[in-house]
Design a protein around this ligand. Structure first.
Ligand code: MN
Length: 332
């Protein structure tokens, strides 16, 4: 905790491991068609500053955390995670990464906690890994980089994952990735398929699909975390309720969409520490639903902390967003 008495936790902090980047680079080399995730993977694995920052865990990263006055980081395997890999290979890599994370956290328990990496394309193995991650390894939840091969978590084949997440109290952080290549085509002109717009369109769709398919009526204790100020959903909440009430052959829900957004979802400020956005999120969802994130190394820690430090929040709200909500949701 800094001299100002504020404990600062950042909850969407990315890293990579060599075997993940090697496989992404191999796929990028062999893909003929444009693939929006592999286009980014070239930068992640290319050996430049981004590669160095993603692979570093105990060196420069800790120094930057000190400089930014960040007490703790919740680490997650960088997008697209393991979701482009062959299922059993990906599931095996998830186990190795989660072991590595457990050892890292054991060396730095006051600085790091982690979300478990999973391979949703192997649902049964993922369900088992959620149990191991939450019980044996002490991880704080899981990260899934939105769609898997164009499929979303409301599909029946992913039920074992949601069941395990609810049963073991694992919050599911749905982190962005690019749309499938076919859908990304419409975003490609002028480069709109990544973080500038495509990511939130894709991940917001994922959140809304979970709500409208009735996933939370089946799993009422399921906890979903969305970054980037909720990928637009809180801003759209009233319109979503209004339009959802019109008959369009959608499944009946026990609650209104905004009720799920207020009861099953938590939100982080990754890449969205713009003051007006932070104030809106706290007003609309409550400070107890909002957590600070820097989104390192895709954004700078010190810049994001400087924004949050000066956000138009009361001191109690600031404490809640910086640490209180992360304590409740991730036990940090
Ligand atoms: Mn991120």
């Amino acid at each position: 905790m800094g001299p100002d008495g504020i404990r600062r936790i950042a909850v969407e902090e990315a890293f990579a491991v060599p075997e993940q980047l090697d496989e992404l680079a191999r796929l990028a080399e062999t893909s003929i068609e444009y693939h929006p995730d592999l286009a980014l993977a070239k930068r992640q694995s290319g050996g430049g500053e981004m590669t160095t920052a993603l692979l570093d865990l105990e060196g420069e990263r800790l120094r930057l955390m000190d400089e930014a006055r960040l007490d703790m980081a919740l680490l997650l395997l960088t997008a697209p995670g393991l979701q482009l890999f062959q299922p059993s290979f990906a599931a095996g890599m998830a186990v190795r990464i989660n072991d590595l994370l457990a050892a890292l956290v054991a060396r730095h328990p006051s600085r790091f906690a982690a979300l478990a990496a999973v391979a949703p394309q192997a649902p049964k193995e993922t369900a088992r890994e959620i149990e191991r991650a939450m019980t044996t390894l002490g991880h704080r939840g899981i990260v899934i980089n939105s769609h898997t091969d164009g499929e979303y978590l409301d599909e029946d084949k992913y039920l074992p994952i949601l069941e395990a997440a609810e049963a073991f109290g694992a919050p599911v952080y749905i982190h962005p990735r690019a749309f499938t290549p076919a859908i990304a085509q419409a975003y490609r002109k002028n480069g709109l398929e990544h973080a500038i717009w495509g990511f939130q369109a894709e991940t917001g769709l994922h959140g809304l699909r979970l709500i409208t398919s009735g996933v939370f009526d089946r799993f009422p204790k399921l906890k979903i975390v969305l970054g980037h100020a909720g990928e637009g959903l809180p801003f759209w909440m009233e319109r979503i309720d209004y339009m959802h009430a019109k008959p369009r052959g959608r499944p009946e829900l026990a609650r209104t969409p905004s009720q799920y957004l207020r009861e099953n979802f938590w939100y982080t400020t990754s890449g969205m520490n713009w003051h007006r956005s932070v104030r809106f999120l706290v007003d609309a969802m409550g400070a107890d639903r909002v957590m600070f994130a820097a989104d390192y190394p895709y954004q700078h820690m010190h810049e994001e902390v400087a924004l949050m430090d000066t956000a138009p929040l009361t001191r109690d709200e600031l404490r809640q967003v910086y640490a209180g909500t992360a304590q409740t949701v991730f036990g940090m």
